[in-house]
Design a protein around this ligand. Structure first.
Ligand SMILES: NC(=O)c1ccc[n+]([C@@H]2O[C@H](COP(=O)([O-])OP(=O)(O)OC[C@H]3O[C@@H](n4cnc5c(N)ncnc54)[C@H](OP(=O)(O)O)[C@@H]3O)[C@@H](O)[C@H]2O)c1
Length: 348
């Protein structure tokens, strides 16, 4: 998503996006560590491995000795400055797993102002959860940011009810492949998915999707609308795909947008929603993080499903810091399936 889509604000700085500028600035300070830094917004070539000061914990924050950082689509947009314009120089990366320094406990944390591609991170304590035994570092990291987004879109914003028909876009992606599994867990009657290659479609079918279509299908709306139409359309793409989702809604169906790589402006009018008795809602994980109890409940739910092997994050690849630029290129070229992890420990 771009910052205007996400916030309704312009993209002039972290403050205007509702993020904490001081949070981002606090991520520099203390002794040295290896991290992946950008000095200006741009392509993957802007990512450079450097020694930077370790972050300081500061009020309300904890230090985490990071084992793995996550790669998210949002990182690509932070790198170009389309999404959060982090104060430069900036360390990208919005989710990490590792050991909390104060007690050595294994934690996973979300960093709303970056700082993840580094040996040490300083998340807000309230955005940190302990990883239960039975959940690996890889699974915890694969599940939290993207699983909470998938759950939020389906259950909190989409209010999915048992028996309903739901469709998920970019269904082989980090958020999407968890949304397909969670839709099943939430009792969806029919799960429809979109993915752009035969290999991705096969993977999504293996997760329990009833039907998987190519987002480029010329009759996408017709295919999505089969069998009485959709009750819920969870979208992270925007553009023509979102239009097709709207056309495929059953009466009283809902659109939920979590992002809009291809734009959402002018996608539909209120009149078109009225004609279908349809609803449209956004979802932003920030609003789960703002409510500690809700965040703990959602994380606990994801981890319980993980322990029971009812929800599994597919790990696409694990790269060292020196491999992140290549992984950014692969994600932009739609070549990743599931979650990409960054092992930050290798670069001395
Ligand atoms: N609202 C929130 O709080 C929140 C939180 C986390 C993530 N998000 C959003 O959720 C979406 C998914 O994030 P993610 O990190 O899990 O990424 P991801 O889905 O793994 O991203 C890669 C996939 O996106 C699909 N895609 C569709 N249009 C694309 C385009 N124009 N360029 C590149 N890829 C495109 C591709 O799948 P196909 O080739 O199969 O189409 C690609 O493989 C993003 O839009 C992100 O901003 C929102």
């Amino acid at each position: 998503m771009n910052s205007a889509d996400a916030t309704g604000a312009d993209a002039t700085g972290a403050e205007t996006t509702g993020m904490d500028t001081d949070e981002a600035e606090a991520d520099m300070g203390g002794s040295g560590m290896r991290a992946l830094v950008i000095h200006r917004y741009g392509g993957p070539e802007e990512l450079s491995i450097e020694t930077v000061p370790e972050p300081e914990a500061g009020p309300g924050r904890v230090l985490v000795d990071v084992t793995l950082a996550g790669l998210n689509y949002a990182d690509l947009e932070c790198r170009t400055g389309e999404y959060l314009r982090l104060p430069l120089p900036a360390v990208l990366g919005i989710d990490v797993v590792g050991r909390r320094r104060e007690d050595g406990r294994r934690v996973v944390a979300l960093l709303r102002a970056g700082g993840g591609y580094a040996r040490v991170a300083a998340p807000e304590a309230a955005h940190t959860v302990e990883v239960p035994d039975g959940v690996s570092d890889e699974q915890a990291l694969g599940l939290l940011e993207q699983g909470a987004t998938a759950y939020g879109a389906l259950a909190l914003a989409g209010r999915l009810r048992p028996g309903e028909a739901v469709a998920v876009t970019a269904a082989a992606g980090g958020v999407g492949h968890l949304a397909v599994q969670l839709a099943r867990e939430l009792g969806a009657g029919r799960v429809v998915a979109l993915a752009s290659t035969p290999e991705k479609r096969e993977f999504v079918r293996s997760l329990g999707a009833d039907a998987v279509f190519d987002p480029e299908d010329p009759d996408l709306a017709g295919r999505l609308g089969q069998e009485g139409g959709l009750d819920l359309f969870v979208d992270s793409v925007g553009g023509p795909v979102l239009r097709a989702g709207l056309a495929a809604l059953a009466p009283f169906g809902r659109l939920v947008s979590v992002g809009a790589r291809e734009g959402v402006e002018d996608s539909f009018t209120m009149g078109e929603l009225t004609e279908r008795s349809a609803g449209a809602q956004g979802f932003w994980l920030k609003h789960v993080l703002a409510d500690r109890k809700l965040f703990e409940d959602v994380a606990g739910h994801l981890f319980r499903l993980s322990v029971e092997r009812r929800l599994v994050a597919r790990i696409d690849r694990t790269v060292p810091l020196s491999g992140v630029a290549g992984a950014h290129r692969a994600m932009a070229a739609r070549q990743t399936v599931g979650k990409v992890l960054v092992d930050v420990r290798g670069e001395e």
